[in-house]
Design a protein around this ligand. Structure first.
Ligand SMILES: [Zn+2]
Length: 156
């Protein structure tokens, strides 16, 4: 199976830190690669322009976080959340990495990412006050520099 098709793909590693009792109730980060500039229709947001480079999405999976991440990796699925418009269909963004982060809420992850990265306004944040739950960096190193401290800070 190709990287974007499954959990075991060579380019997608799901890193988790369980809470010590085997629970992984968690928010998560999904890193996506956008090959070229695209304008996509994103549900209620309408048309949104995406630059070539890397995006990181902060979401909440609760106790089902790993299943939620697996869903994002499937190239075909019903479009329910804003992020589904990025990860489905032709020209979709390719998953690069996924992290389950016990001890964080999706909004706290988004706020922390917003200190270092540019938000896609309103993306995934219809129900909260965050600038957005999707952040952009032109290069993977810069994006990972924003993500790695969150991984370190996640609950053990
Ligand atoms: Zn939020």
């Amino acid at each position: 199976m190709k990287a974007e098709g499954g959990f075991q793909g060579p380019r997608v590693r799901v890193r988790t830190k369980a809470d010590g009792r085997g629970k992984t109730a968690a928010a998560y980060l999904l890193i996506l690669w956008n090959r070229r500039r695209t304008v996509r229709r994103v549900g209620s947001l309408g048309r949104v322009e995406f630059e070539p480079g890397f995006y990181v999405y902060a979401g909440s999976g609760g106790a089902n976080v790993l299943k939620r991440i697996q869903r994002h990796l499937r190239p075909s699925k019903p479009r329910r959340w804003h992020v589904d418009y990025l990860t489905s269909g032709p020209g979709r963004m390719r998953p690069v990495d996924a992290y389950a982060l016990p001890g964080f809420s999706e909004c706290r992850l988004a706020q922390r990412l917003g200190r270092r990265l540019a938000a896609v306004r309103g993306f995934g944040s219809s129900d909260c006050r965050c600038a957005g739950h999707l952040y952009y960096a032109p290069g993977l190193e810069r994006l990972q520099a924003a993500v790695e401290p969150l991984m370190s800070a996640s609950a053990r």
